[in-house]
Design a protein around this ligand. Structure first.
Ligand SMILES: Cc1cc2nc3c(=O)[nH]c(=O)nc-3n(C[C@H](O)[C@H](O)[C@H](O)COP(=O)(O)OP(=O)(O)OC[C@H]3O[C@@H](n4cnc5c(N)ncnc54)[C@H](O)[C@@H]3O)c2cc1C
Length: 383
């Protein structure tokens, strides 16, 4: 049998039998248990993305609620009311929602009040409301909008707990430690959602470098902090182990949040457990004072700027272009100037952030540029 035929049949055998039974064969023929790969011509191939401008079915611009000193998780008194703040998560709100929700819950539980008003119904508000219920609180959400009309619906949806979470030069060591606690808590909680209606999944993520970066730790993407050993690390692949035409390719596994199903699932659970939801815009501190509850948790994201006059809080806008879903694509890819991620509801292209911009009008030419950039990567792929 020649080498190519052997590799092909070894690949088939690998998918039919357990790796354990073939372990000695596996080490000599490089059998991998990774279902995203199959062996052809001795290199590893992955399915290609279908890219064309007419496949763009939706474009959005969301505003990341950014605070240079980091999200505000603290208690303050407003006359006789206790306000617990939990807002300003930048590009990390999905990832940190359960962790900062847990910190906010601890602040609520320091008091004796268990009838809680919670402002906001994005990913942070829903996670915090759920945690408060789990601690025996009766929670009423007051919110201007519910999903899908919230910023949380306009996110990419990956585990990115340090993405635009603060300005490292301004945030304190105390914040770093608070971030780490939140990050660890969130990570653990997300693992409990695996297998629940696919709301959280793991997938491969490739980073394509056109030249070998000077700092080859494989990181970037605005990750300000890291916790070693918490999640799988980036690994540099050797040329035979990937199909891309690039100087350097790194890969890691990462979590994906299937945003519409995720928010729907948790909001339904909140209501099933007796939570109440009232559509109401809060325009001033007087509106908060008028709420019947004495303890109020503030998860209004960027909305907190006007209500609480937070001068630090500002938007970092981010555009996404959604392509027709392609269920065979299960990986994420990042290259210079563009990325795509696969979710149940579509393939999302993105890669920008405009500091201080309140403009939520999508720029078609940007979406088309991403299609062009990623088309080139796909064109040059082996296979
Ligand atoms: C393009 C883009 C990509 C992103 N990608 C990721 C990612 O991959 N991973 C990640 O972890 N994070 C990501 N983020 C960041 C994440 O989306 C945000 O940090 C997160 O959505 C913030 O959640 P939130 O619940 O605080 O805010 P929101 O979702 O904005 O929710 C705020 C809630 O408060 C309500 N509200 C606001 N003002 C008032 C008011 N005056 N009265 C009553 N109610 C009010 C709103 O109606 C809403 O219900 C991304 C963001 C963008 C824009």
């Amino acid at each position: 049998m020649d080498r190519r035929k052997f590799l092909v049949s070894a690949g088939l055998a690998g998918s039919l039998f357990s790796v354990g039974g073939l372990s000695s064969c596996a080490s000599s023929s490089k059998l991998y248990g990774d279902q995203n790969f199959y062996i052809n011509k001795g290199i590893y191939r992955i399915p290609k993305l279908k890219l064309s401008k007419d496949r763009i079915i939706k474009e959005t611009v969301g505003l990341r609620p950014f605070r240079p000193s980091g999200p505000r998780i603290e208690k303050e008194m407003l006359d006789k009311k206790t306000i617990v703040h939990n807002y300003g998560h930048g590009g990390s709100g999905w990832s940190l929602s359960w962790g900062t929700g847990h910190l906010a819950r601890n602040l609520v539980m320091e008091g004796t009040d268990r009838d809680i008003a919670l402002l906001g119904c994005g990913t942070v508000g829903i996670a915090t409301a759920t945690l408060l219920q789990e601690s025996g609180c009766q929670v009423t959400i007051y919110t201007k909008d519910v999903p899908p009309n919230v910023t949380s619906n306009l996110a990419t949806g990956t585990w990115s707990p340090a993405s635009r979470v603060c300005d490292r030069d301004i945030a304190t060591a105390d914040f770093r430690s608070q971030w780490e606690t939140a990050c660890r808590y969130s990570f653990k909680r997300m693992q409990m959602m695996l297998g629940v209606q696919d709301i959280v999944e793991w997938g491969d993520e490739y980073r394509i470098h056109s030249s070998v970066p000077r700092n080859t730790d494989g990181n970037g993407g605005h990750a300000i902090y890291q916790i070693e050993g918490l999640a799988p690390e980036w690994k540099t692949l050797n040329k035979r182990d990937h199909p891309f035409n690039a100087e350097m390719v790194t890969r890691r596994s990462n979590m994906i949040f299937n945003i519409p199903g995720y928010l729907n699932f948790h909001l339904n659970n909140f209501l099933l457990r007796g939570g109440k939801l009232i559509i109401q815009e809060i325009n001033s501190l007087e509106d908060i004072d008028a709420l019947p509850q004495q303890t109020v948790v503030n998860c209004t994201g960027l909305g907190a700027k006007a209500i609480f006059n937070d001068e630090e809080l500002r938007p970092i806008s981010g555009q996404l272009a959604c392509l027709v879903p392609q269920s065979e694509i299960t990986y994420k890819l990042i290259t210079q100037g563009a990325y795509f991620i696969t979710r149940k509801d579509g393939i999302y292209l993105g890669g920008n952030g405009i500091d201080g911009s309140w403009d939520t009008t999508p720029d078609r030419s940007l979406s088309e540029k991403w299609v062009d950039t990623l088309s080139e990567v796909m064109r040059e792929m082996e296979g």
